[in-house]
Design a binder for this molecule. Structure first.
Ligand code: HT7
Ligand code: ZN
Length: 854
């Protein structure tokens, strides 16, 4: 496959200021007529090249004249037309079959609806067009369809007309006044109803809001609507950004390759990020819904009004928008818990990516298939880059920078460089060296050692950015580290917090008036996305976990203590669980702490996170060490867990930060009671499972049971299945709970579940619920006989024929082979090779698998 390179960027040869689209919609045969006003960009004689993917023109017209087949040609699916003048009107007609579209890119059918997904390069599966983000057009869309099957017809922008047609058909027309790239085009046709509301913007304009779903799902849309209105207000208050159309619609669909899509004025969502009620959605689902609704809404400015010049700039819109949605969520509840969750995601998904064969910079340099670059690096590390700029600039100057960015580039297709320059100019800061964050892949490592002599403390810092594919040598980065010292005896801070900018390979920071032995609190709030290594003792970490005034640093100290203990156990060394048990006891019994924070802090790091701290990952040894620590924590603190469990019992479901925190702690406590081996643990879990009035408690109990050996396990799984078998989103949880089980027989169970009548490769949520979740289960996926790897490769190969994009997302876990012992590495490579050798493999999977082998 061809490799696309960032440095090969050239402005488009032709612009398309206006496009009219006319759809005659039908699930098996849709006709698309497109009328493009094209304008030559500059003085050149290159032909008009319109991207096409799987299209055959029924007709091609230029300036009203039908061309015969000598007037155009197809090249690699693209339509090429030689045009004489500076501007022309080009009209094409194609037929497509949404029902046959299993890739879910372009126009496709989902649960009786017709809907579109065009980012990144799906528009070319609908009509011939220069399908690149720097070609911005004003869209007029006319749709006609059968009125019974498709009573609702939606597209971008504002509705401008609708009417009846003969033969039970109807039409509707929508105009979007804002020029936009083709990836933001959308239409939806179907039998839908709306939760309607309105929002009055800061300048007093009324916006009609609609969340469109199947009728039965209407009662589950209130939470998303509340989140939407909160997001609209938040973007006005925090960034001065107002919504710009008269309507804003959201549609929920069951089959979707991603979370959601920010099409202008018509967001399309994976239904799991819209639908919620207490009986079917967990608190985590509620949080994810609010976060994704906010994210897509915020794209209206960071992505739509200012879009990307080319796909290498993807983080311009995604990193910034993730940062915006993270800040929104932090403002709605506990900022500390939100930061802990975001860092956990970064470490679980992005750090391994940065350390493996698929590592790439936040602004990548090349790709074979752009869909493979919707990664944790572009999204989550990209958000960390924006956060670092915000930390360095402070709130006020960061806002000046973002105002300048929106003002300068409104209506344009911009670059990451444009964003950084706006921050420099608006925030009055030099970001020359900071730009390396966009260029260099790999997670920097910082070694920090603190020495104390008399009344002076010296912090010695060293940084090192590891080599990554194609980047053997790295230059020092700018690392903004929030640092504070605490007195060991007084347990009080020794001076104010300092923002240290580590921008050299080595640096020494001096602290004066340090009158007692200092304990180092570093990278507070996770101010820079690096791995920090220190020589802090278990006692120092326990001290910080109890006394640090930064909640993130407190959590971090506890995690470090736990990781150190587990790594030592795996290595067969220190098996003293005492310091962890005492630190957990302190946190658990501290009445000043909020329950959501406590629940996060007392959780052991995941098995994969422990593996990330080892030279060679030994999944079985890690599992044994972690279970042993869990058991000891459960046993030694049984009284405290039972007290926490009892104290978090609610009479009735309530959706509030306090109630959510209590539910979270309750499930964590239940898990530890079970880990202690207590005789009544399964009954306790089963009673919770049966009596729960909400999905958080029910699923929490089911997870505990699913990890155990009790006969109540099968009973609970069966009851759950019977109760929810008709609810696809809840059934996904049933698959996931079994796929992440810590039991010995999980691989067999997963293989059996892949043959279950309710399992299907056609629905990406179901695939992620089983195969995707399984890869997170380190011990089961890495079963020594390689059956986990073979199962995953079988799934990838089968899925690739239907949905290459979703198949490619499953490849990276096999690419981590370098981290494992010889035997496992060989088995993982063998499966990657089997994938690469499969005839007819997609570009998506080929890129991921071949790079993973290298
Ligand atoms: N901007 C959206 C990306 C997206 C996507 C990308 C590839 C294939 C399918 C997709 N669906 C949505 C989502 C977002 O970041 O907001
Ligand atoms: Zn996004």
């Amino acid at each position: 496959p061809t490799v696309v390179r960032r440095l090969d960027y050239r402005p488009p040869d032709w612009f398309v200021p206006e496009i009219s689209l006319d759809f005659s919609l039908d699930s098996l045969k849709t006709t698309v007529r497109a009328k493009l006003e094209v304008r030559r960009n500059g003085n050149h004689d290159r032909p008009l090249r319109l991207d096409g993917d799987g299209l055959t023109p029924e007709s091609v017209m230029v300036d009203g004249t039908l061309l015969d087949s000598s007037g155009w040609r197809l090249e690699d699916g693209d339509l090429i037309i030689e045009l004489p003048g500076a501007s022309h009107v080009v009209e094409t007609e194609v037929r497509i079959a949404p029902e046959m579209n299993t890739q879910l890119m372009g126009l496709y059918a989902s649960g009786g609806l017709l809907c579109t997904q065009c980012e990144a390069e799906g528009f070319r599966r609908i009509t011939f067009f220069p399908d690149r983000p720097d070609v911005l057009s004003r869209y007029s869309v006319r749709m006609e369809a059968d009125k019974t099957r498709y009573p609702v017809l939606l597209a971008n922008g504002d509705p401008v007309g609708a009417g009846e047609l003969p033969d039970g058909r109807q039409w509707a027309e929508w105009h979007d006044p804002f020029p936009k790239p083709s990836y933001l085009f959308a239409l939806v046709a179907g039998d839908l109803v709306a939760n309607r509301d309105s929002f009055t913007t800061m300048s007093g304009r009324k916006v009609d809001l609609g969340i469109w779903v199947r009728k039965a799902d209407l009662p589950k849309t209130d939470h998303a609507m509340t989140a939407l209105k909160l997001s609209m207000a938040w973007d006005e208050n925090s960034y001065g950004r107002e919504y710009d159309l008269d309507v804003f619609n959201i549609v929920a669909v069951a089959d979707f390759n991603f979370g959601a899509m920010e099409n202008k004025g018509l967001n399309i969502f994976n239904s799991r990020y819209i639908l919620a009620d207490p009986d079917t959605a967990t608190d985590a689902d509620y949080d994810a819904i609010a976060g994704v609704v906010a994210h897509e809404y915020f794209h209206n400015w960071s992505g739509n009004r200012v879009t990307c010049r080319d796909w290498f700039q993807l983080s311009l819109k995604e990193g910034f928008t993730v940062f915006r949605d993270q800040s929104f969520t932090a403002d709605q509840g506990s900022a500390a818990v939100k930061r802990i969750e975001d860092v956990r995601v970064l470490r679980a998904a992005q750090f391994p990516e940065d350390a493996g064969p698929l590592a790439h910079p936040v602004r990548p340099d090349s790709y074979m298939e752009i869909s493979n670059f919707y990664t944790a690096t572009v999204y989550n590390k990209g958000a960390e880059l924006i956060r670092m700029m915000a930390v360095m600039l402070g709130g006020e100057r960061f806002r000046k920078g973002s105002d300048l960015y929106f003002e300068r580039h409104d209506g344009e297709a911009a670059t990451c460089e444009d964003f950084v320059r706006a921050m420099e100019d608006g925030g009055e800061i030099d970001l020359a060296q900071f730009r390396r964050w966009y260029e260099q892949a790999g997670t920097p490592r910082v070694r920090a050692t603190l020495s104390h002599n008399g009344t002076t403390a010296k912090l010695h810092l060293e940084q090192n950015v590891p080599p990554t594919p194609g980047q053997p040598d790295k230059l020092p980065m700018v690392l903004p580290l929030r640092v504070r010292l605490f007195g060991e005896n007084s347990a009080a801070p020794l001076g104010d917090e300092r923002l240290v900018l580590l921008d050299a390979a080595e640096q020494v920071v001096t602290f004066e008036n340090v009158v007692e032995r200092p304990v180092l609190s570093i990278n507070r709030g996770f101010s820079t996305p690096v791995v920090v290594e220190t020589d802090r003792s278990a006692a120092d970490l326990a001290f910080l976990s109890a006394h640090d005034d930064d909640p993130f640093a407190r959590y971090e100290a506890m995690q470090q203590l736990m990781v150190d203990t587990l790594v030592a156990s795996v290595a067969g060394g220190k098996l003293d669980h005492g310091p962890v048990i005492e630190a957990v006891r302190n946190t658990l019994t501290d009445p000043a702490l909020d329950k959501a924070f406590v629940a996060e802090a007392v959780l052991l790091p995941s098995e994969s996170f422990v593996g990330d701290h080892m030279l060679v990952v030994d999944p079985d040894a890690i599992h044994r060490a972690r279970e042993a620590l869990r058991h000891d924590l459960g046993l030694m603190l049984e009284r405290e867990w039972r007290a926490a469990y009892a104290a978090t019992q609610a009479n009735r479901f309530e959706y509030s930060p306090e109630a959510k925190g209590a539910r979270r702690l309750r499930t964590v406590a239940l898990g530890y009671i079970a880990a202690s081996g207590a005789d009544d643990a399964s009954e306790l879990a089963f009673t919770q499972f049966e009596g729960a009035d909400n999905m958080t408690d029910r699923q929490g109990a089911l997870t505990t049971l699913a990890n155990g050996e009790s006969t109540l396990r099968a009973k609970a799984l069966e009851a759950f299945y019977e109760r929810y078998r008709d609810n696809a989103l809840v059934l996904d949880k049933w698959f996931t709970t079994q796929a992440i089980s810590t039991r010995d027989d999980t691989v067999d169970q997963v293989i059996a579940l892949s043959k279950h009548a309710d399992f299907t490769l056609a629905n990406p949520n179901r695939v992620r619920a089983l195969a995707g979740a399984f890869t997170v289960n380190q011990r089961a996926f890495h079963a020594a006989d390689g059956r986990g790897y073979a199962y995953l490769a079988d799934t990838i190969i089968a899925l690739d024929k239907l949905n290459p994009q979703t198949a490619a997302k499953l490849v990276p876990p096999l690419g981590r082979w370098r981290r494992f012992g010889e035997d496992r590495a060989a088995r993982m490579r063998a499966q990657l090779q089997r994938i690469v050798d499969t005839p007819g493999l997609s570009r998506d999977v080929f890129e991921q698998a071949s790079k993973s082998l290298a």
